[in-house]
Ligand binder design. Sequence first.
Ligand code: DGL
Length: 270
Amino acid sequence: MAVGIFDSGLGGLTVLDAAQKRLPDVPFVYLGDSANAPYGVRTPDDIYNLTTAATQRLFDEGCNLVILACNTASAAALRRMQESWVPKDKRVLGVFVPLIEALTERQWGDNSPPREVAVNHVALFATPATVSSRAFQRELAFRAIGVDVEGQACGGVVDAIEDGDFILAEALVRSHVDALKRKMPTPDAAILGCTHYPLMEETFQDALGPQAKVFSQASLVAESLADYLTRRPEMAGSGDQSKFLTTGDPMQVSSRATQFLRRQITFESA
Ligand code: DGL
């Protein structure tokens, strides 16, 4: 038994990397559905079907706990999965809540009424499916008042990153930040609401300017996972096999992953 980490492709490696650094003794099974990426341009039903199939694959690997290290799946499928699909002895957690708790200065489990927070103008960069789900705004509204959120659907960025084309990814990020600034000229916080985007964090920060505090998920999710496992240690299991699974071409995916994390990562076929 190990902790499962799922993403549509390679973006969840940003979360995996932070989780491995924070919890070096926990084995992780990573599954990237690169054959079907990007998810961000798919319908909610399609995202639900792909995400449940991938999560089942991780349950079959002996994982009791699966982290959806994919905002698109967290936004479009997680609630439906938790309500009607996840077996009683398993858990599936998303990546939104730790981020929103950080943005709204809350500790885990603080269910007090929404209140004013330090940030007022928040730019949300995410995939088209995540932006149109409005899941981020819904979760935020439970915790904060008076926060103006402007979403920017960043078409093309995930494809460029999956293809390893960082020149295109950088040009697209700059044009999406420009588009956002036309709607919200001076955001004081920016959410990188897609786990692929931390790979472009410097470009986002540079294009946004120093006044915008950039929140990215990897370390926040790792911290929240560590906290969860302290409360529910049985969910980590006792296995010692970390592995990387892909629905794509293992050679190509391994080479991109090795480039992203700057250490040897070897994927096998899912
Ligand atoms: N990393 C996924 C996310 O966080 C990318 C989604 C996609 O495949 O478009 O949203």
